[in-house]
Design a protein around this ligand. Structure first.
Ligand code: MIC
Ligand code: SF4
Length: 637
């Protein structure tokens, strides 16, 4: 049995440069494409610049602007100019604000089956809908890949989700992934790649596949991947990119670590209830929930197909007077096609508020719900505080149920809408790449513009051999990066301004944290299981590190956040539940012989208020080196 027989294994095998394809071992793979978005991209380009590399070395790197498009003040516009000029200088394509959400546009215009894609955004696995191995990573890892470096990962186990049957009109791709989240939970995909196969695959279009792989991020998986078949070929042909198509299927003898059967015909409409994507219930059990806002869009459900379905369902109906319906199509391509075929008028007639093609309300960039309000969204995350209203309650559904809810004013099974219109994939999408600026041939006269919102990266010292630090904060299980560093219109514009954004670390969960942290100088945080789940934002590691974070002790770490902590020289220590129970806020921790221990040992001893404890440090050689040096950038300077 070879690891190379399934799709994930085939792509890894064709990109491996270091290590062996054995689950659990660390390998280094070549990255063909990268994507960045503005909220993480400014940091990526600052990191790239400080590496002193002249040109981006990947086959294709694209810099998108889609998160920070509100421009309530000058900060976002400063960022856009910086990103535009940096892309031109170093050789990236620049997708202008107004061109759409990175994952949707990448699927339409750049993704290629069987290639590797690394993105500084956790929903990069959207590309798995095309048969790419598309993974999210912290900005530093993306910058390193742009510089021609390998991406290091632990060889994942591979789970097959074997699809049978066909979706009925009331359910959609969103219900597929919600049903997996219900079954597996937000930690169910940790250390795994989720691969889709079986006869049901043929009934799913590329945008539907992409909805499923997109939200595979919420399972905590490395990524999710579909085969690249005739359906993929037709999608690429309709994008004018048939030559980018290659076939990729699992071989007959492929063996998986785990297999899950999922009958598409048996699914019913589902919703993730507040405040976790795995708190999934049947829509029919939630019908008495009255709703204030319905938001349709985000990288999960904003394809032309989804939007046309929404328009078809809204046609001739009116939005309930108590509901604000906001719709943000995923890309300029989608918006232009909706305008052209009359769908946009149907949305406007119904009373929808049409937003810019961007992330928008998904990350709290405008459209915050009312205090204590209930919002139903076709998005992928419903963490507390993410909408911009701390006490709002967020439900996640597919587009059919979202429309039914917007019309009736309460969460509602889509059958209330009668027949669901059939949506066919177009033979030809509207293709106009004029909002994507290719890098110029001659870059010598490109000047990088760094407005006052762009602050240089700080330097961190190497790991000290001994440390006396206090536990500044102890938190529970499943802490999200939105808890550590919130999104929203106030905080997001500060992503390229570390001193300013660090004021918001743990601002909702532990008000006054930044002030205490600065007084403390250096400190530890204690976490439960799955510490740091959610987004790829490296600011959730970098900003606490800037405030003095040296060590996180947790029962387990989310993959992306763990990598980000290491990249900024923060030591992640695994502790058991007994230690977790005993250690309290304000306790004093003492570490000795750290250099020796971090260089070689798997176990680490420390004292808490004088009492000895042990933890584990599970680190590769490369990761040990990064922590000893005080962060990944120090490897290059
Ligand atoms: C998100 O959905 O949380 C984001 C905003 O897209 C993040 C990236 C970020 O925090 O900038 C992600 O998913 O990685
Ligand atoms: Fe943007 Fe939301 Fe997708 Fe993140 S999850 S990339 S904020 S649309």
């Amino acid at each position: 049995m070879g690891y190379e027989d399934h799709i994930a294994g085939q792509i890894l095998a064709s990109h491996i440069e270091e290590g062996r394809l054995v689950p659990g071992e660390e390998i280094g793979i070549r990255i063909d494409q990268t994507l960045t978005q503005d909220a993480t991209g400014t940091m990526v380009y600052l990191e790239f610049i400080s590496m002193g590399i002249e040109k981006i070395k990947t086959e294709r790197s694209v810099s998108y602007v889609d998160h920070n498009t509100l421009q309530a003040a000058w900060e976002n516009a400063d960022d856009h100019q910086f990103l535009k000029t940096a892309a031109a200088k170093y050789g990236a394509y620049f997708s202008r604000p107004g061109n759409g959400i990175c994952h949707q546009v990448h699927l339409e215009r750049f993704g290629k089956p069987s290639k590797t894609l690394l993105g500084s955004d956790s929903h990069t696995p959207t590309g798995g809908g095309l048969g790419m191995l598309a993974m999210g990573a912290g900005g530093m890892d993306v910058a390193l890949s742009m510089a021609g470096g390998l991406f290091y990962m632990t060889v994942p186990r591979v789970t097959l989700v074997r699809l049978t049957g066909e979706l009925s009109p009331f359910v959609g791709a969103k219900d597929v992934i919600l049903s997996l989240l219900k079954q597996l939970g937000v930690k169910g995909g940790l250390g795994k790649i989720i691969e889709y196969g079986g006869p049901g695959v043929k009934s799913l279009t590329v945008p539907e596949r992409a909805t499923i792989t997109n939200m595979g991020a919420e399972l905590g998986a490395w990524t999710s991947v579909f085969p690249s078949d005739e359906i993929t070929r037709s999608f690429l042909a309709a994008q004018g990119r048939e030559t980018d198509w290659v076939e990729i299927e699992a071989r007959d003898n492929a063996r998986y670590d785990e297999e899950i059967e999922l009958d598409l015909s048996a699914l019913e409409p589902l919703a993730a209830c507040p405040s976790s994507p795995d708190n999934v219930k049947r829509i029919s059990s939630l019908e008495d929930v009255k709703v204030d806002q319905v938001a349709i869009g985000s990288c999960t459900n904003s394809s032309y197909r989804d939007m046309k379905l929404v328009a078809g369902l809204l046609k001739g109906r009116k939005v309930h007077p108590d509901v604000s319906l906001v719709i943000s199509p995923g890309s300029r391509q989608v918006l232009a096609m909706l305008a052209d075929d009359g769908s946009l008028s149907d949305m406007i007639d119904a009373g929808a508020r049409i937003l810019e093609v961007a992330c928008g309300p998904c990350i709290g960039m405008g459209q915050a719900p009312p205090s204590g309000g209930i919002s139903v969204r076709t998005f992928n995350r419903n963490f507390e505080g993410r909408s911009g209203t701390p006490d709002a309650k967020l439900y996640l559904t597919g587009p059919q149920a979202a429309v039914a809810t917007a019309i009736t004013g309460h969460i509602c099974h889509p059958s209330v809408l009668g027949d669901i219109p059939e949506v066919k994939e177009p033979d030809a999408f509207f293709v106009d790449d004029s909002m994507i600026i290719p890098p110029p041939a001659n870059t010598s006269d490109v000047v990088i513009r760094m407005g006052p919102n762009i602050k240089p990266l700080p330097k961190f010292p190497p790991l000290a051999d001994s440390m006396d630090i206090e536990v500044l904060l102890k938190v529970g299980n499943n802490i999200t990066t939105d808890d550590i560093l919130p999104g929203g219109a106030k905080v997001l514009p500060l992503r390229s301004n570390l001193p300013a954004i660090s004021e918001y670390v743990y601002a909702l969960l532990s008000p006054g944290f930044a002030k205490k942290a600065k007084q403390s100088g250096s400190f530890a945080i204690v976490g439960g299981e799955n510490y740091g789940q959610g987004s790829s934002r490296e600011h959730a590691a970098l900003a606490p590190r800037y405030l003095g974070l040296r060590v996180v002790l947790a029962m387990s770490f989310a993959r992306l956040h763990r990598a980000n902590l290491i990249n900024f020289g923060v030591l992640p220590i695994l502790i058991d539940s007994g230690t977790y129970e005993s250690v309290r806020e304000a306790d004093k921790i003492r570490f000795e012989n750290l250099v020796e221990t971090v260089s070689h040992a798997d176990e680490i001893a420390f004292t808490v208020n004088g009492v000895e404890y042990k933890g584990k440090i599970v680190l590769s050689e490369r990761e040990r080196d990064i922590i000893l040096k005080g962060g990944a950038l120090n490897l290059y300077q």
